[in-house]
Design a protein around this ligand. Structure first.
Ligand code: NDP
Length: 338
């Protein structure tokens, strides 16, 4: 059983030496457990947080322990009557070929995900659920309103844009580079997409949002948020989902303290700014998401893009690149045969 453990904690951006590939005997099965063979491992921005021991909403990965991660797997052996060998499941089983895990922590794939198992890590899984709840429950988009989202071609951002279009909104994406921007418009159906590397980002965003911004779905923070803040309309909603531009930062950014600008804008414009952690806050509503997304997906209303990597040994470099924005779509590492 190959697995990748956290060898050391990164300072700034992670490097290859923070990870170690190990061989281990196959885990043995306790009562109520399943032995899973990982087929697709998900790589997600939150993994940078787990590599750090700074305060967070979840405990860090301990040094020498297997890297945490969601994966789609086949059941190899089952000590639980609800599962049998060959079942497709999704679980937080980590960066490894095989995992022994309690059946209560495992969800069976169903519906469209059985035809496209890796999508249970993207549009039909955690990132899709995040986009759905953050946008609809916190963002409360109304037809005709302007919704802005960055990381627009990633799994969360691309879904936020598509769901907002289904609600009748005008959707403006922000992405890194001309190719991603073109793709957001042509493939995902965004009305506009602005390149955050353009030095005139603030100006371009203003031109793309002549009516201001009613919902800003926050995925990245940093310079993108600086460009968004002056354009927010009175009573705008800001679901705070992630701040990926800051995950490799060591401490607060240098420069002028703009906290008062933020709080005075919140007050003057009566903004609603709310953070959320998807399964902690909305785990009880997963069924509602699965049903609605399944319907949209079957009706061909949802597009997706996957960034497929081959081989467990390539997972560390792919996570490093994800945090630099070098991925183009949902990052999935194939480490076993379907
Ligand atoms: P993505 O696949 O979209 O990957 C992250 C993207 O962020 C990169 O591709 C890049 O896109 C963009 N990015 C990276 N650095 C910067 C930067 N400095 N400035 C602007 N953009 C940058 O990720 P996901 O869709 O999986 O996740 C999106 C966000 O949602 C993340 O912040 C993640 O942490 C958060 N999240 C939060 C959850 C929650 O429960 N709160 C659950 C799931 C995800 P580009 O090249 O286009 O800039």
């Amino acid at each position: 059983n190959r697995r990748i453990v956290l060898a050391s904690r990164p300072k700034g951006a992670p490097v290859a030496a923070n990870f170690r590939l190990e061989e281990q005997p196959l885990p043995s099965l306790a009562a109520g457990q399943l032995l899973l063979r990982t087929v697709y491992l998900s790589l997600d921005p939150y993994m940078r947080g787990r590599m750090s021991d700074a305060p967070s909403y979840a405990a860090p990965v301990a040094i020498d322990q297997v890297m945490t991660g969601g994966a789609v797997s086949r059941v190899v052996a089952s000590n639980d009557k609800n599962f049998k060998a060959g079942d497709w499941v999704v679980a937080s089983s980590g960066w490894q070929d095989y995992a022994a895990i309690d059946a209560t922590l495992v969800r069976k794939l169903e519906g469209a995900a059985l035809k496209h198992p890796s999508l249970a890590l993207g549009v039909l899984g955690m990132p899709g659920f995040t986009a759905y709840m953050g946008l609809l429950d916190i963002g409360q988009p109304q037809a005709g309103e302007t919704v802005v989202v960055a990381a627009a071609t990633g799994p969360v951002g691309s879904l936020v844009g598509q769901i907002a279009k289904l609600q009748g909104c005008k959707v403006v994406g922000i992405a890194g580079g001309a190719e991603k921007c073109r793709y957001a418009v042509e493939h995902f159906g965004f009305d506009h997409c602005v390149d955050h590397r353009d030095p005139a980002l603030a100006q371009r965003l203003q031109e793309a949002c002549p009516q201001g911004i009613d919902v800003y779905f926050e995925n990245v923070g940093g310079a993108v948020f600086d460009a968004v803040l002056p354009l927010l309309n009175t009573k705008a909603r800001v679901p705070v989902c992630g701040l990926v531009s800051q995950y490799n930062a060591e401490g607060l950014p240098q420069g002028q303290d703009r906290l008062m600008l933020l709080t005075s804008t919140i007050l003057r414009k009566r903004l609603r700014v709310q953070g959320f952690i998807i399964f902690d806050d909305y785990g009880h509503r997963y069924g509602e998401f699965a049903k609605q997304m399944g319907e949209w997906f079957s009706a061909d209303k949802i597009k997706f893009r996957e960034h497929r990597i081959q081989g467990l040994e390539n997972a560390p470099q792919s996570l490093i690149e994800l945090l630099e924005g070098k991925n183009f779509g949902k990052v999935v590492v194939q480490i076993g045969e379907e």
